[in-house]
Design a protein around this ligand. Sequence first.
Ligand code: PHE
Length: 341
Amino acid sequence: LELDLINAIGSAESVAAVEEVRVAALGKSGSVSGLLKGMGALSPDARREQGPLINGLRDRVSAAIAARKAELEADELDARLLAERVDLTLPPRPRRKGGVHPTMQVMDEMVAIFAEMGFAVAEGPDVEDDFHNFTALNFPPKHPAREMHDTFFLKPDPQTGERKVLRTHTSPVQVRTMMSQQPPIRIIAPGRTFRKDSDATHTPMFHQIEGLVIDRDIHMGHLKTTLQTFIGRFFELDEVQARFRPHHFPFTEPSAEMDIRCDRSGGQLTFNTGDDWLEILGCGMVHPNVLSACGLDPNEWQGFAFGMGVDRLAMLKYGVPDLRPMFDADTRWLAHYGFSA
Ligand code: PHE
């Protein structure tokens, strides 16, 4: 029996196989345990003789099992250490840091330029009412911009029937500022805006910066110089070749769109070269109806206002062809345009 057990232990190739042998020999109904139990039935003399032999057998088998187990465990550990070896010569994986979103980086740049020019930052809510988004801004009651296809309307209030809107531009902040503050006013209002629109250059949520200056004797010359100075700093141009093309906005009169001269041939957009004109923002002199709606006397106060798309200017400055990936949070795209932290 002893020889058989020692052989079985020696040829067990895993800790589990050794355990099987242990159960077969030393377990409750194991062969060695059987001998130990059988001792009770022996005569005292026979027990005195057999006892030490059987106990010795048990001790040697236990010792052999423990030794084989230790050996196999050491082998298994060696194998694991080999398989899970860490290559300390590999370079560390770069740690991924969060970063400021490209739109917010550009917005911060713009705000910094205007701050240097003496503008304060004003803010308003994303969810607006009809009065601030349209009526006070001199939108006629049937103006197409109020219609469903442009504007996101919220569910009407069950009591009043009032339908709030997601602001379609930052111009309602003009209204809020004029109604809460006495002139002279010099503010910019950066923020989110919403329109039902989606293509390569439009997303349903986008960003604008609004500007408003109200004082005595303000005229178009102030408007032009302010915007030319800003655009020059933003695009890092010494001089800006701009034109103010007549346009229409309900809240300004006269109204204009500002274009800057550029060259779009050869894939690369460059400013102050070529004969192309690129529209970059809307502006104008604040309409007397808007001043009146906000409680200011148009005979005493004049002002100018402008509004521009932050994402669009970011696209132009950084040569991004499609606006939509801007809001997809694809880190490869962000890294490609140098926007990752
Ligand atoms: N609110 C206009 C728009 O969203 C931009 C604008 C602002 C035009 C202020 C003139 C004056 O298109």
